[in-house]
Design a protein around this ligand. Sequence first.
Ligand SMILES: [Zn+2]
Length: 504
Amino acid sequence: MVQNKEGDVIPVIGLEVHVQLETDTKIFCGCSTKEGVEPNVNVCPVCLGLPGSLPTLNEAAVRGAVKIGKAIGADISKETSFHRKNYFYPDLPKGFQITQYDEPICTEGEIEINVEGNRKRIRIERAHLEEDPGSLQHVSEGRGKEDYVLVDYNRAGIPLVEIVTEPDLRAPKEVRLFLAKLEEDLEFLGVFNSNRDGSLRADANVSLIRIADVNEDGTIDKKILQSAERIEIKNISSYKGAEKALVYEISRQKNTIMHGGEIKQETRHWDENRGITTPMRSKETEGDYRYFTEFDLPILSGEWWDEYIKNIDIPELPEAKRNRFYEEYMLTEEVAAKLTSTKDVSEFYELVVEEFDPDFAARWVADIILGELNYRDIDIGDVESRLDEFRRLIAYVAGGKITEKNARSIVLRRMLDEGSSPEEILDQEELEVSDDKEVRDFVLEVIEENKDAVADYERGESNAMNYLVGQVMVKTKGNANPAFINQILKEIIENGGGEKKELQ
Ligand SMILES: [Zn+2]
């Protein structure tokens, strides 16, 4: 395919995303998946591929894959089996990787992304279970030259789900949005931990297709896709990296075409540090892998399998939750998004909103508590045992026991910095809101002392009211509710203004 102008083509992108399932043990043996340990300690005869050892399927990994399938609206296969994918590489002790081939656990799903306000459906071709290989560490003893390679089998046998999309993505930015959405859903499912190193890795296929070959509905005929030269980019380890790698690769291909060169089908490596892709090897074909059935593992099928799939439930996903918060609690989209940013935050909000007004609860959870936590670099999950203390503090504010200002700037901060309970702090500090009688006396004093401002207010200057409220706040040393002062001020001024009329 030779083009003269770069504007004549658009990128067609498909992804293979490898997701590490959050399990305690590996997929085919009982070895721990714990990170941050010495190399080659989480190993056994099975994951080292020693002769005579046999794999056992980890039920937690199967459950995680079914959950992912349900979350992406995929069909969970009535029958699913494992295959051996043969290739020789030092990180693969058995000489083959156990994966799934013609009977993957999930087929035909979809993920919807929001591209500048428009919904876009990205079809998922399949999702299957497989084991991760080990990891290689290239060592240089100086001058940048690689002297030797070390291999660590701690990762060998870590459970992965590989999610394969149809080539429905049309821009690097869409890839970023897709991966971010996927990651968010996976975290809510509780099957994935984005803090783990290498927990989400992607390979991207990209071809340039003539705009003239794109159908009106945005689809592209299979024949055209098959004849296009496809470049596969390996080693993308984050969704921001994915966008960068594709921006680079697409402009490289366009430049090659513009200068009369040709794009050849190949596999390229994304070099995150240098921000470029480099040629790796010509892409293997399926035949090179000599797939054959892994007879040491059971085929999952039959009545018990149907029943097993049926009994796996998934929680409400972030987008559905966001829409529900928006509708049910009448929050703005921005606040609803903040409150569903993580599962823990959304659960805390739902706990608080049971008792209080939705807007008030949202301000306390999204702005005040999250704000103070973020400032201290604490996740809400880290203070799970104290959520009831936060709820009690919010109740004191709602009940008028203390002002919002003091609750935030004194009590909440001390709670977080000293670990005290709200009651302990309330006992130590004099923060109880002034009673009605006291506030009314201060209001009368302020009216007496600020006759000009009262007159301004009566002429319709609303700023004057803010000033008067401020003056009363000063007298109460901040221990009164501004809305309450506002109400009393209006009541007294409208009942005769500065004539110091006694109301009680
Ligand atoms: Zn093992």
